[in-house]
Design a protein around this ligand. Structure first.
Ligand code: F3S
Length: 376
């Protein structure tokens, strides 16, 4: 390997070390990568230094998308972002683009053109996207960190261990859901199950869910727990062979869901209502636009989505902007929301879990419809 290709050599070192730790038998080719570690708020100047080193003479060898940045790249001034902060964020974006990473900046790469097929071997960071790719699509990825996903992008390889192996994709616990779910219930269910299932693989019975609802469920499972994969009976692609042994069973009903929802939120007045964690899908944007609501109160409303979905939603933007700001490339957790807000309202279990920890925010947790009625 040429001396100038520092990034590629470093990437191989990272993957070999990871493979040694987890007992991988070999490196295998990937069809796509998705990297995290993009927001200047989360990676800081040390992250810029790391990316500068990795970008030396190196380009990605597999299709690669990337997580949200700390700001909408076009509306950052409206978000109250300073010039200095924006410059640093744009430097990070430039470094990823120099390596050949697509202009994606979303946690839902599977809604932005990087959608693998069932059985594909991939190396994705971003825990919510990992849960979706493994569970809803049936692709195969471990729960990569930012550096290991970037290392896989730069080499086109990942160590074969963990969820790349059939036996590790079996269920570890059966969850009987005894109440019909709607709205925020999917996020509450994910938060409850994430807490006790740890890094296991839950198998849900009695559950029906749309793709957007599974997106919400998976994100919550991956935040209160480290769950990288779930199965839903008669729904997700690998459910048929997922239960191999006699497993522990737990029942979740209305009482547990409502208790969790109460625990996640407060009754304070929000400064910002932020919808779109994970980033809103076209289906969700259509639903919001179809409500034909107009903002009347002073509360700021954010609708977070990917630029890819935004570009497909042009016909809806008038109705959506009547509700609030449609923001791309960013979200309520990885932007410096704490500089202008103390209380955020959301329908997301993942955001409700992380906003207090990473952004010093109080949280109001409710369904999208209720939030719109209360604060629009
Ligand atoms: Fe995505 Fe931000 Fe939520 S990265 S999953 S919208 S915390």
């Amino acid at each position: 390997m040429e001396n100038g290709r520092f990034g590629e050599r470093k990437a191989m070192e990272i993957l070999c070390a990871l493979g040694d730790i987890f007992g991988a038998d070999r490196l295998v080719p990937i069809s796509s990568a998705h990297v995290s570690g993009v927001s200047y708020k989360t990676i800081g100047d040390a992250g810029i230094e790391f990316l500068t080193d990795m970008a030396q003479g190196t380009r990605v060898r597999a299709r690669t998308t990337a997580n949200p940045t700390a700001m909408d790249r076009q509306r950052w001034k409206e978000m109250g972002i300073s010039d200095d902060f924006a410059q640093k964020q744009l430097e990070i974006v430039g470094l990823y683009e120099k390596m050949g990473v697509e202009e994606s900046w979303t946690c839902t790469p599977y809604l932005a053109g990087n959608r693998p097929s069932r059985g594909d071997i991939i190396a994705w960071a971003e825990s919510s996207a990992v849960a979706f790719a493994n569970s809803v699509i049936g692709a195969r990825t471990n729960r990569e960190g930012g550096p290991s996903a970037l290392a896989s992008a730069l080499t086109g390889l990942t160590p074969r261990y963990g969820l790349h192996i059939d036996d590790n994709r079996k269920a570890t616990v059966i969850v009987e859901v005894s109440s019909p779910l709607k709205g925020k219930d999917f996020a509450s269910l994910g938060c409850v199950v994430g807490e006790f299932a740890g890094d296991g693989v839950p198998y849900f019975r009695g559950l029906s869910a749309s793709e957007s609802e599974m997106k919400s469920l998976g994100a919550a499972l991956a935040s209160t727990g480290s769950i990288p994969l779930f199965h839903i009976e008669d729904l997700t692609p690998e459910h048929k062979n997922a239960v191999a042994d006699e497993l522990e069973r737990i029942d979740i009903g209305r009482e547990e869901l409502d208790e969790k929802a109460e625990e996640l939120g407060t009754e304070e007045e929000p400064d910002i209502v932020a919808i779109g964690c994970p980033h809103l899908s076209m289906e969700e944007l259509k639903d919001l636009a179809g409500r034909r609501m107009k903002k009347r109160k002073g509360t700021e409303i954010w609708l977070c989505t990917s630029r890819h979905v935004y570009s497909q939603a042009r016909g809806l933007l008038g109705q959506l902007e009547d509700i609030g700001k449609v923001l791309c490339d960013t979200c309520m957790v990885v932007s410096p929301i704490e500089d202008r807000s103390r209380v955020v309202a959301t329908d997301s279990g993942k955001a409700a879990f992380y906003l207090p920890k990473f952004c010093s925010q109080e949280v109001v947790f409710d369904d999208v419809g209720s939030l719109m009625r209360r604060f629009l």
